[in-house]
Design a protein around this ligand. Sequence first.
Ligand code: IPM
Ligand code: MN
Length: 376
Amino acid sequence: MSNPPHRLAVIPGDGIGPEVTAGALAVLDAAEQRFGFTTERTTVPLGAEHYLQTGELLTDEVVATLREHEAILFGAIGDPRVVPGVLERGVILALRREMRQAINLRPVRLYPGVPTPIAGLTPERCDLVVVRENTEGAYVGSGSTVHRGTPAAVAAQESLTTWYATERAVDYAFRLAQQRRGSVTLCHKTNVLVEAGRLWLDVMEAVGSRYPDVETDYVHVDAMCMHLPVSPERFDVVVTDNLFGDIVTDLGAVVQGGLGVAASGNLNLDGTAPSMFEPIHGSAPDIAGRGWANPAGAVLSLALALSALGEGVAAAAVEAAAASVLAELPALSGPAMGATTTEVTERVVARLGQVDPAGAGLPSSLMEQVAAVARG
Ligand code: IPM
Ligand code: MN
């Protein structure tokens, strides 16, 4: 008897979101055929267009619908007609919080043949994963302003750090490191943010004692911005606070060839709600509708989704197919990409029928590692 379908919610969103999501879904169709699993998909309208038409952000009803699914594929949201912060806080951050997506998994890997702005960097030297705490820190949205609009204005913006959320993220980092090269680096700013920093260090020590086989290291976030581009080989798994993780992974995306290829997984670790997978790039309204968006970020996010769903072999094949097509593109987005979003997608689909997931020539099998941690 065949397995029941995976229940997938799809949030295409705005701008290039629907374009790259269509690419990911076409690759998913092909993966289902080749690897013999099925999905049941629900499209959920969230984003600027939906907000402008209905005034709704993330409603209780949508939260309930999403909870009936095993995973969420998210395109991108955002539109110049909506005041900055409304959709970010009201949809993306609300989803991460409501779905208890404890960590944001952001691989920084340079695929063979992909151009990087870092001279001399090779794929072997650039294969790390950032585990970003995804629910708190400066993102809790706690604070207040008085005397706004006057020279006496005062803004307080709090950053909260709990043992609970920190331990959850750090423990995941150690489990992932066990599947990889066995090293976890904490990235923080303990010399200035002494209170939160001490909590992170205490958690690292407590959790680390449970994983004696994993080595630990510490790097300040400013120094990380120096080391990541020039010596990424120093890092295997990097665990960090929400805001530092946001910043450092944009840098990581540039190192690995640009926002067009960077993927992420917002992982729920307690099974109470679905995980959500999204390309790191935004909705890019300026290039929407032109076929210039690279679907790779969305396709690689689909690969992460498949590994988290336990379809490790299909995930590795999707990653390998996307990587092999990326190696052929003269540029990673825009008209210089030399192929449209649909053409790149078609090439990935065709390649999926040819790749050997085990022999994809990638420095490590990230998808198998993520699947192994998901299995527990
Ligand atoms: C990201 C984005 C979001 C973040 C924004 C859109 C809220 O920059 O996913 O990295 O800051 O986390
Ligand atoms: Mn960001």
